[in-house]
Write a protein that binds this ligand. Sequence first.
Ligand code: AMP
Length: 289
Amino acid sequence: MIIINSKRELIDTLCRERERDCKVTLIPTMGNLHKGHLSLVDKSDDFPSKKIVSIFVNPLQFDDSNDYLSYPKSIKADLEALEKRKIDYVFVPTKEEMIENLIELDELPWGFTNLLCGAFRGKHFIGVQSIIKELFKVVDPDYAIFGEKDFQQYLLIKFIIERYFRNNNIQLILAPTIRMDNGLAFSSRNILLSQEQISHATRAFQSIKNTVIDYFLETGLFNFDNLIPRSGKVHYQYVKLYNEQYLYDKHGLDVNVKSNQKTFRLFIALVIDNVRLIDNYLVEGYDIS
Ligand code: AMP
């Protein structure tokens, strides 16, 4: 496994790999790797290619500098985990390397600034867009793997590919969310919580999910706000249920209208003691035909 810090070196290295007809898989992360990240790495085994994991805590996607500064880091353990999984290259750029001379485009479809995380996180998706575009420019991957846990981010990556890399043949792969036995999704931020707070978070996600999905499957209605179980320890930023076609449309993506079977997804963001956790769940079994 080779660790690369500069974009130039990465470009040159990948150029040599391509001369040998190798394909390239990119897995972008912000480090502090957990089982969710590593499942993306395992997924890359499905695609014979040179594997690159990037580790970069992107300052442009944080609107709160404390949140950025307190973002957990564990580079030594990350590199050990990746080495074990036979990753070919780890790209660990400095902040200057990634951000200097970066052109930040301010424009994104409505959903990225008005729906879900977009409504609460200021320029978050603009910041994600800038760095992912830069990574795609440098790596020009054949395969790019992202997690379903950040579904709105997945829509953004789809949008970036459609808007800027249409001719590059990047295959976007969505990997399922990995959760602990108790149902809580693995997240780099879990480490910032005590065991007691983890239990509160787990119960909160579980009870909202069960309540909202049961109500929706029973009635087909969206007026579930009053039913959401409240607990003083957990603050709910949003609990939203959307038809995926609506989401695709509002995020500037082509809508596939082939079937009557609508796919709904429940999105939850909650905050415990300034730590923000998100998750989303596919709602199965609802047919509006
Ligand atoms: P992050 O380091 O949080 O930027 O995440 C890097 C990638 O890992 C993103 O594509 C995330 O969607 C994905 N990811 C994060 N948590 C999980 C999880 N619990 N299960 C699957 N993928 C995840």
